[in-house]
Design a protein around this ligand. Structure first.
Ligand code: TAP
Length: 496
């Protein structure tokens, strides 16, 4: 396990020398200590990133040259996939197969953006048809500059990859701050070192959001902020960015609906519903945590859902056959239990789960939970719980389902299940959400845009849209005629 900051291509101790504990959420043991960066360390990281961008030529490399570095990073991750996945488990708590999936996807993300880098070499800019034939014009894309990437704890390495890979391909340099709760694998991204990435192109600073994160947000040398996390911190970041007109992209939370019509296959629906809320212990921004089921199948579907939910194996993510690990931290565990209690007090019924499982005195474990009779005005129905807690209720017709689905300040994702494709497409079109799934929930592809409507964020990650997050648009206009310009207007022309 790494124990230093990665700045300017070197491993260094923080200037003021503080540390914070790394806790295994399955055992509550302190397993490591990491450096708590302060504003001085962030300053050094930004200076290194600025040098790499302004002087050392990272933005001037060809796409193919940058792609070679990204592919080397992807290979480096793959070579150590199992080892990194185990680090993710002891840091975040997720089951090992899920962690292995994340790490493979992180490597795939570097590969995918390497491909986009190569394609960009053929891009000479988009020609613009002007109304005046004496000029030609084209729009070219250029890197924004130094990107500050601030990421959460639910998909530690994968979230880092989603930001670092497109930023590097764009020609930006990066200062990355992982969440204090899960910094181990982000430091492993310094595989970049073995990939001979030029110094300063990627810098990783560990530390708290309020100190290290805030220092990145406030730093004049940072041109772009890319953030994933909670709405309140996203809002703070956007407010701070407004001071020096920093570019901002935000991927925030959600309370995503899953509408199941009564022509759906019940077993299939149950499987996707469970995947949509219990994967990663429900700590997923796009989790379909509000399920709406048409009344013809509501009773039977709920019965099957509770039956299957009770079968979920809970335990330390390193053990075989575990489907649900602990929540990430004591605070998160308390918050999710608190949200369940508040739901109960508001009138909801706990159909299953809702408490610490028997036999788990240590570790932040929680039973997968299904809540029914959740009042529409309650926090449980409206706010993100970010845990394995599902709210389910019946609906009678399509209009009611759409209305209930869209009645939210969030708009990250939404899902619909029906054998009637015309109806499913109609509902998909009616959803006010950035990611819509038909007959499934949660499949995520590096090639497709990811991001939310309304308070779920601004901008899109992944795909070409993710690359655009790190690009400025420049118009280059050329005067192409031999005719004199004649900047003065003749009185007769001015009158026209
Ligand atoms: P946040 O506080 O939003 O943390 C996300 C990242 O922002 C972390 O790296 C955090 O650092 C950093 N941060 C915090 N305050 C900052 C500041 N003032 N300036 C710059 N960076 C700052 O989320 P959380 O506390 O981990 O989780 C709280 C809730 O957010 C969760 O319960 C969940 O609802 C939501 N959440 C959503 C997502 C997604 S994917 N949308 C992901 C995680 C959490 P430290 O953590 O090191 O302090």
């Amino acid at each position: 396990m790494r124990s230093e900051l990665y700045i300017g291509g070197r491993w260094i101790s923080p200037i003021k020398g503080g540390t914070f504990d790394v806790v295994n959420p399955a055992t509550e043991d302190v397993i490591h200590k990491l450096p708590a960066a302060t504003a001085e360390d962030v300053d050094a990281a930004v200076a290194a990133a600025r040098r790499a961008f302004d002087k050392d030529g990272w933005p001037k490399l060809s796409g193919a040259q940058r792609a070679a570095y990204l592919r080397a990073i992807a290979d480096g991750i793959r070579v150590r996939q199992q080892e990194i996945a185990r680090l993710e488990v002891i840091d975040n708590g997720k089951p090992l197969p899920e962690a292995a999936w994340d790490i493979a996807n992180a490597a795939g993300c570097f590969d995918y953006f390497a491909g986009l880098a190569e394609q960009r070499d053929n891009d000479r800019g988009e020609p613009i048809k002007l109304s005046d034939a004496r000029f030609t014009s084209r729009a070219v894309k250029e890197p924004i500059g130094v990107a500050g990437a601030i990421i959460p704890w639910n998909y530690p390495l994968l979230m880092a990859a989603w930001k670092v890979a497109p930023a590097l391909v764009a020609g930006c340099t990066v200062v990355l701050k992982p969440a204090e709760l899960t910094s181990l694998t982000a430091l492993e991204l310094a595989i970049a070192d073995e990939a001979k990435l030029p110094p300063g192109v990627l810098n990783v600073v560990t530390g708290s959001g309020s100190v290290a994160g805030q220092a990145i947000v406030d730093h004049k040398g940072v041109d772009k902020l890319a953030f994933t996390g909670s709405g309140p911190v996203g809002s703070k970041i956007m407010t701070a960015a407004a001071r020096d007109i920093k570019r901002v992209s935000l991927e925030l939370g959600g309370k995503s609906p899953f509408v199941v019509f009564d022509d759906a296959d019940i077993d299939e629906a149950v499987e996707w519903i469970m995947f949509g809320i219990f994967w990663n212990q429900g700590q997923v921004c796009s989790a379909t945590s509000r399920v709406l089921v048409q009344d013809g199948i509501y009773g039977e579907l709920l019965r099957r859902l509770v039956e299957e939910t009770r079968k979920i194996t809970i335990g330390n993510g390193l053990e075989d056959g575990i489907l649900l690990g602990p929540l990430v931290s004591k605070r998160q565990h308390e918050q999710v239990l608190g949200a369940i209690e508040a739901a109960r007090a508001a009138g909801a019924t706990v159909a299953c789960g809702g408490r610490r499982p028997d036999g788990f005195e240590r570790g932040y474990f929680l039973e997968p939970t299904v809540l029914t009779d959740v009042p529409l005005g309650s926090d449980a129905w409206r706010e993100e719980i970010f845990g394995p807690v599902l709210c389910i209720r019946p609906f009678s017709d399509e209009n009611e389902a759409i209305e209930l689905a869209n009645e939210s300040r969030f708009g990250l994702a939404a899902a619909v299940m029906s054998k009637d494709d015309v109806r499913a497409e109609r509902v998909a079109a009616a959803f006010r959400a950035g990611i819509v799934w038909i007959n499934c929930s949660q499949p995520t592809f590096t090639e497709a845009p990811w991001g939310g409507y309304k308070e779920s964020g601004i901008g899109r990650e992944l795909g070409y849209w993710g690359l655009e997050n790190y690009l400025e648009t420049k118009q280059i206009t050329k005067f192409v005629t031999e005719e004199p310009w004649g900047w003065y207007m003749k009185p007769s022309e001015a009158a026209q």
